[in-house]
Design a binder for this molecule. Structure first.
Ligand code: AKG
Ligand code: FE2
Length: 372
């Protein structure tokens, strides 16, 4: 008989293939060595003071509860200060995403900032073009963001020197990590809601571009309210009252395993799997495959199956998702309570991608009763 192309082989334990990491390398969760020559030299980063640093001296105690003030509640929903005459808005899709031209977010009045929180909660993600955020002193950008809540300091991501409140996304020029990443993974899509393991996860969240590839590196968003509304009333009713555990332990362990820093010891928290938005009253699915571990009270197989259904439902819902294309000067805000997002690593041009996130924390997730 002709030899089969595939033959059984016996492997020693040391030769066993390594399982793919559950943490995408596209997401900066651990330090790496920056190529100073590439990042600081000619054609280096446009905003070198925003290059990532990881300082082992940055050690913080556990986060304490604080009272969140939801400014979106106070907003005039005709948006006179946020979207005055002459502003151009274009919806990216019917249920999620709007692009805005013609206003400068950093100059908004208090009323305008309240309207911003509400508009973002309603539209889920909003891209403001031609913004000056990247050119402001970092402290001014942080002072603006502080209106929406206490700054979250990420346990392990890179931050600009002396500004641990800024979370950086950075892929340097000529970075080749995608080559190894796609040896073990078919796709870079990794849906998540940011740091949902915290007791009070972020709400109104800001992300602005510093450097970008000409094409590629878009960010995907999904509307978790619409995802909830698409479910049958019977199914929605069953989800109410359930809680899930979200854990930051594995992210911290991955950072440590890579020799990186952990600024604060990791935590886990239980959150309702359907949460209500404090300003809009909308209900959203609040479980995500990066940080949610299991549903409390279910057996493992039951919890795994239900979570997989919810993750797939969110991931397949291209008819309630939006894709943001970054342009120089783009500032994106999303409401992290009612959306999930994913970076995309789909460019191989070796062009730098560099973004800064400001991450105000919000209320402890709460649920209101099923309404049919
Ligand atoms: O790089 C991106 O597009 C988004 C990264 C991300 O998940 C974040 O900053 O929260
Ligand atoms: Fe994120």
């Amino acid at each position: 008989m002709a030899p089969s192309a595939t033959t059984t082989q016996t492997l020693k334990a040391s030769e066993l293939p390594k399982p793919a990491s559950s943490f995408g390398q596209y997401k900066v969760i651990a330090s790496y060595t920056l190529s100073e020559e590439k990042e600081l030299g000619e054609n280096g980063a446009t905003y070198p003071h925003y290059l990532p640093t990881w300082s082992p001296e940055q050690k913080y105690p556990p986060l304490q509860p604080f009272e969140h003030v939801e400014h979106g509640k106070d907003a005039d929903t005709s948006y006179p200060d946020l979207l005055p005459a002459g502003t151009k808005t274009t919806d990216l899709t019917p249920t999620i995403g709007t692009e805005v031209h013609g206003i400068q977010v950093s100059s908004l009045s208090k009323a305008g900032k309240d309207q911003l929180a509400r508009f973002v909660a309603e539209r889920k993600v909003v891209a403001f073009r031609d913004q000056d955020f990247a050119d402001l002193p970092i402290q001014d950008a942080l002072d603006f963001g502080a209106y929406y809540g206490r700054h979250h300091i990420h346990p392990s991501s890179g931050s600009p020197k002396d500004y641990p409140e800024i979370h950086l996304v950075h892929r340097g020029a000529d970075d080749k990590t995608h080559e190894t990443f796609f040896e073990t993974r078919t796709s870079s899509v990794a849906w998540h809601s940011d740091v949902s393991y915290e007791a009070q996860p972020p709400g109104t969240t800001l992300l602005y571009i510093l450097d970008r590839p000409e094409t590629g590196g878009d960010t995907l968003f999904v509307n978790a309210v619409e995802a909830y509304n698409r479910l049958s009333p019977l199914f929605r009713e069953r989800l109410h009252g359930l809680k899930a555990v979200h854990s930051g332990v594995e992210q911290a362990a991955a950072a440590r395993a890579r020799g990186s820093i952990v600024r604060r010891e990791p935590v886990s928290h239980e959150h309702p799997i359907i949460r209500t938005h404090p300003a809009t009253g909308e209900k959203a699915i609040y479980v995500n495959p990066q940080f949610t571990r299991y549903i409390v009270g279910l057996k493992k197989e039951e919890s795994d199956a239900l979570l997989k259904f919810l993750y797939d439902h969110l991931a397949y819902g291209a008819d309630f998702q939006a894709r943001v294309k970054w342009q120089p000067g783009t500032l994106v805000l999303w409401d992290n309570r009612v959306t999930q997002h994913s970076a995309l690593v789909d460019w191989t041009s070796g062009q730098r991608r560099h973004l800064a996130r400001i991450t105000p924390q919000a209320e402890r997730p709460f649920e209101t009763p099923f309404e049919g």
